[in-house]
Design a protein around this ligand. Structure first.
Ligand code: HEC
Ligand code: HEC
Length: 268
């Protein structure tokens, strides 16, 4: 077993070890991050009690008396306050009738009631918290930061939501909704919780700063009447942009991999 001997290593060993080490760091990071999420602070017990009472009236028929889930709805243990605030704030929950995708509608609950149920659900298990107002406020962003938000949006979101957030169809009759009229806090929460088909974007993928810039971009493209002039090629669909992201992203990775490998081999 020559290859396993430690005296004479395979020439690819160094770059391989490097890649493995990087993966390990990533994995450890991913394991550590969720534990830093905030659950309901102690001393909110009255709010939690109120939330629990409301929950048992409006939500338990599908989610169970203690949020454990039923055949009609999933368990809410560990989904976090952000998920409830998002689902109720966008009027998706309570669901009127079972369907494959709960539509956005006007919420019949006050923000106080939503906060109470969120606080209650947060006590069931740690999950993403509701962000504070400054995190989702895009008003102080510079033009460069908003432009960066646009890049982040095109890379991470436009494949489903279209280049300017107008939304688009997904397989099996599902759809990614338009983002033109979504509250800033719900944009943030959607990224952290990943409702339905949407992936979760954790803080190691999209930092709070990135999230704020994406929000700034969405508010700027949808706030202005014009699209900034010029050809609106980008709005034609995710294909051209996706191809671009693919070429630059994957191309960059290949270059990086080649560089790491050649470096590793030379330093032997
Ligand atoms: C008619 C049944 C029904 C009722 C009533 C209902 N839900 Fe749901 N809920 C569902 C189903 C089904 C899903 C999963 C499908 C989806 O996300 O569209 C869901 C998903 C959720 C999620 C997302 C869970 C996750 O994995 O992130 C939250 C949070 C939630 N519901 C909260 C509530 C709250 C709070 C209420 C009460 C105000 C409520 N629901 C009432 C059926 C229901
Ligand atoms: C794989 C497809 C996909 C990607 C990528 C994706 N989303 Fe979504 N998104 C969805 C779907 C599907 C829903 C609807 C979920 C539901 O109805 O429960 C959604 C819902 C949302 C909503 C809620 C809108 C509303 O009507 O309340 C927001 C906000 C959102 N996404 C933002 C983003 C942002 C920002 C990104 C990029 C960081 C992103 N999404 C990436 C598929 C996607």
């Amino acid at each position: 077993m020559k290859y396993l001997s430690t005296r004479r290593r395979h020439p690819a060993a160094k770059p391989l070890i490097l890649v493995l080490a990087l993966f390990l760091v990533g994995a450890v990071y991913a394991l550590v991050m969720p534990s830093t999420r905030v659950s309901a602070a102690p001393g909110l017990s009255q709010q939690v009690e109120q939330g629990k009472a409301l929950f048992q009236v409006s939500c338990s028929s599908c989610h169970g008396l203690n949020g454990e889930g039923t055949t009609q709805g999933p368990s809410l243990v560990g989904v976090g306050a952000a998920s409830v605030d998002f689902q109720m704030g966008t009027g998706r929950m309570p669901m009127a009738r079972p369907g494959q995708q709960a539509p956005r509608k006007k919420s019949q609950f006050s923000q106080d009631e939503i906060s109470a149920i969120s606080a209650y659900v947060a006590t069931l298990g740690a999950g993403p918290a509701i962000p504070n107002a400054t995190v989702v406020d895009p008003t102080n962003l510079t033009d460069e930061e908003i432009a960066r938000g646009g890049e982040l949006f095109r890379t991470n979101c436009s494949a489903c939501h279209n280049i300017t957030g107008k939304g688009g169809a997904l397989p099996n009759g599902k759809y990614a909704p338009s983002l033109t009229k979504v509250d800033t806090v719900h944009i943030y929460e959607a990224m952290r919780i990943g409702p339905q088909q949407m992936p979760v974007f954790s803080k190691n993928v999209i930092t709070d700063q990135d999230a704020q810039e994406i929000i700034g971009y969405l508010k700027s493209v949808n706030g202005s009447a014009s699209n900034g002039g010029g050809l609106s090629l980008g709005s034609m669909g995710p294909v051209t942009e996706g191809l671009w992201a693919w070429v630059v992203g994957v191309g960059g990775l290949i270059v990086l991999a080649a560089w790491v490998t050649s470096k590793g081999a030379r330093s032997k």
